[in-house]
Design a protein around this ligand. Sequence first.
Ligand code: ZN
Ligand code: ZN
Length: 431
Amino acid sequence: MSNLKLIYVIIDGMGDLPIKELEDKTPLEYAETPNMDFLASKGKLGLMYTVERGVAPESHVAAISILGYDPHEYYIRRGPIEAYGAGLEMADGDLALRCNFATLGPNGVIIDRRAGRNLTTEEAFELARTINETVKLESHPAEFAFKSTVGYRGVLVMRSKSIPLSDRISVMDPVYSSVSGLEVAKPSASMVLRECVPLEDSESARVSAALINEFISKSHRVLEEHEVNKRREAEGKLKANVIIVRGAGNTLPKLYNICGKYGVSFACLADMPVERGVAKLAGMHLIELPPPSKDLTADCFIRAKKILENLESFDCFYIHLKGPDEPGHDGNCLLKAKIIEIIDEHFFGRILSKIDLKDIVICATADHSTPCSLRAHSDDPVPVLISGGRIRSDGMKKFSEKDCKRGSLGIIERGTMLMPLLMEALKRGDV
Ligand code: ZN
Ligand code: ZN
């Protein structure tokens, strides 16, 4: 093994399609990114299907794939992975769900799936504490742990005292539906809170559905009257008065240890619990980080600083930056380009100013495309750059989807093919 280090950076939802408003460029192409362009000019480019052609992946499925695990071979449900990443205990037979604080209006209508998207992490923490202290489950002997994570997001784990709980229950979140066991977003969903129903005739599924319905209705009563929501209402904000759940799962995927497989040490710096969960399951060391704030410049600075501080202690760094996905979902292409510029300047710029590129292999890519025109994840391939070490330039000058299409890495057909490529770059200094 050489003494090279790997810095592997996933920029969430960065991939996109050409947009008229941006002179027919993608946000990445339109953005001024001198640091990533420098890396592109020194290295090699390509395009990658992060799972495979035809799949528009959710982040956690893509994360597993681009770390080299075939997502078809594992039980991958968002709830357990995210709960585990958030630090909740999760045993086989526990039912784990991803949660959103949302706003429920009259007649069961969901006014906002994210409670106006301005719930602070502190407000959510207060709400979660009251739920844990006051809600008691009585439809079946069971207990639960609910944890708020970042902003309006949270996780829930339920445990029966007598039987294993089941994931064979319907999806309650109105914009998701279940397609052969995997949840997919439905574009034009009617925004009514659905009841959770068992999808098979078993005690385990019936009990699981009943417990979820009980938790939702009891927590709704607590949230409706909560001081935090009274304050929000007085400030003209939407109440965070209901919890909606999705991603139900009753076991964790059993991933092999990535450090053992490749004979290297890995550290993870990820913004969100779901990516932290994947990294922890893969056997990586998690570097503690403050959750993403409103100040992306400061967040990038902290993340770059943490890598530099830990550079001697690990061989490989897996970094997941949340940035451009959200403006992609909002269709805000200028903001998406701006966020990519901030990441370029304050993350890559900072790293490049402190390292010697011949000692380090840097890979930058995305977990999926979130085209502004679609406002959703798509199956479009994402740009990939691999640079540093003794890697020779393939003559491209700019990090963009267009240049990546002409790059010498070609089209990487599956996300699982990237990790072996990076390990080869680490070993030989070249790809
Ligand atoms: Zn993502
Ligand atoms: Zn997304």
